[in-house]
Write a protein that binds this ligand. Structure first.
Ligand SMILES: [Ca+2]
Length: 354
C-alpha cells in the first residue's frame, strides 16, 4: 500500500485527529484539505497526480483529467478473474482447433482485401522497417479484426482503477502516467479508449508503447495509430523492428518431423527471462542445415541453410510442427503466447498466399 493512501486511510480511521497538513503541502496544487475524513479513492487520485507531476505531465492535463475519475468496477472484476494462461502459456490445449477458430476464412479474406487496397502504403512501410507486410496485417487482424474492435473502455479510468485495486499497481500507474503524456502530446482524451487492460488503438499498444513506438505510415506528419490504418500498421512494424525483426526471414515454417527424431537431444537448456513457460516449448537452436540432417523437412517453403531455428511440436508427434526463427520471437514480444504467434504466422502466410 502506498504512503499517500495510508495517510488517507489513517485520516479516515481517526477522523479530525489526523495531521493532514503535510499531505496538502506536499501537493501544493491540489485542493485544500478539509478536516473531513478523506475518501481513499480521492487520496489515490492525489497520488496519481503527484506521480504525473514528478514525471513532467503538465498541470493543465492533470487538473482536467485526474480528479473527476470514477472507479470502473467492471475492469477490476475482469482483472481478478483473468486467466493467467494467456500471458504465461499455462493452459495447453490443442493448436489445431485454436487455429480453426482464430485463422478464419473471414480474417483471411479481409486480410487479402486490405493487402490489395493498402498495397502501396504497405510497400513503403516494408521498405522503411523491413518487416513482412503480411505479418503486420495478421497482427492487425488478430488484435482488432482490422480495426473493427479497438475497445471502448476509457483508458484513464481503467488504468486508475487497476492501479488502485489490481494486482500490478506499479505497472498500471506507469501506464496511467504514460496516457497523460499522450494527452500532453495532443492526443485528445476521447481517443484514449481501448481494452479493459489498457491496450489502445489499431495496434492495441499500451500507452507507454504508444508513446515510444507509434509511427507515421502515410507521411502526413502525424502518428495517428487510432484511426489511420497505415499509421497503425507502421506502428506495428516499428514495434517488431524494435523487438529485433530481421528483414527477409520467415517467422517460421511448417515441417514434418520423423518419428525417429531424438527429442531428448534437442531440449533447450536455457530458461527465458520472460514468460518461460512459453519458451519452454521450444527446442534448442539449430541451423536449417542441421534440422535437415535430422530429417526435419519443410512441407512448404524453406529457410536458408544457415538460418537458426527452434522446433515446436504444439500437438505432439505426428501433427504439424514448426521451425521458428528469431522473427517469431518478436511476435511473442508483442503477445507472449505460442498459439497467438503461430496463428499470426499462419494467417500472414494465408493472406500472402504462401
Ligand atoms: Ca499519419
Amino acid at each position: 500500500m502506498t504512503g499517500l493512501l495510508m495517510i488517507g486511510l489513517a485520516a479516515a480511521s481517526i477522523g479530525s485527529a489526523a495531521p493532514p497538513v503535510q499531505l496538502a503541502q506536499a501537493d501544493v496544487t491540489t485542493p485544500a484539505y478539509t478536516a473531513a475524513p478523506m475518501d481513499p479513492w480521492y487520496g489515490y487520485k492525489l497520488r496519481l497526480a503527484a506521480l504525473a507531476r514528478q514525471q513532467g505531465v503538465s498541470e493543465a492535463t492533470i487538473q482536467a483529467n485526474v480528479f473527476g475519475l470514477t472507479v470502473n468496477q467492471r475492469v477490476i472484476e475482469l482483472e481478478r478473474t483473468e486467466p493467467i494462461a494467456r500471458s504465461s502459456g499455462g493452459v495447453v490445449g490443442a493448436l489445431a482447433p485454436y487455429l480453426r477458430s482464430h485463422v478464419t476464412s473471414s480474417l483471411i479474406a479481409r486480410g487479402r482485401m486490405n493487402y490489395s487496397t493498402l498495397y502501396d502504403g504497405l510497400r513503403t512501410i516494408e521498405g522503411r522497417y523491413g518487416v513482412d507486410s503480411a505479418v503486420l496485417l495478421a497482427i492487425y487482424g488478430h488484435e482488432t479484426s482490422y480495426g473493427l474492435v479497438t475497445g471502448n473502455t476509457d483508458l484513464l479510468q481503467a488504468l486508475a482503477s487497476l492501479g488502485y485495486y489490481g494486482r500490478r499497481r506499479d505497472f498500471f500507474e506507469s501506464e496511467f502516467v504514460a496516457a497523460l503524456k499522450l494527452i500532453d502530446q495532443g492526443i485528445p482524451r476521447w481517443r484514449l479508449k481501448g481494452s479493459w487492460a489498457g491496450a489502445t488503438g489499431l495496434p492495441q499498444f499500451m500507452p507507454s508503447v504508444a508513446l515510444r513506438l507509434r509511427a507515421d505510415g502515410d507521411g502526413d506528419g502525424y502518428a495517428n495509430m487510432w484511426s489511420d490504418e497505415l499509421d497503425g500498421l507502421a506502428s506495428i512494424a516499428n514495434y517488431l523492428r524494435d523487438a529485433g525483426w530481421k528483414p527477409n526471414v520467415a517467422w517460421g515454417i511448417p515441417v514434418r518431423v520423423p518419428s525417429t527424431l531424438n527429442r531428448a537431444a534437442i531440449v533447450s537448456r536455457t530458461t527465458a527471462p520472460r514468460c518461460p513457460q512459453v519458451y519452454r516449448r521450444h527446442s534448442r537452436w539449430l541451423t536449417m542445415r542441421e534440422w535437415r540432417a535430422l530429417g526435419v523437412t519443410p512441407t512448404g517453403r524453406s529457410l536458408p541453410d544457415s538460418e537458426m531455428a527452434s522446433l515446436i511440436e504444439p500437438d505432439g508427434p505426428d501433427a504439424t510442427a514448426y521451425l521458428l526463427t528469431t522473427n517469431y520471437r518478436t511476435i511473442l514480444d508483442y503477445n507472449c503466447s505460442n498459439f497467438y504467434a503461430i496463428s499470426v504466422g499462419v494467417l500472414a502466410d494465408a493472406i500472402a498466399r504462401r
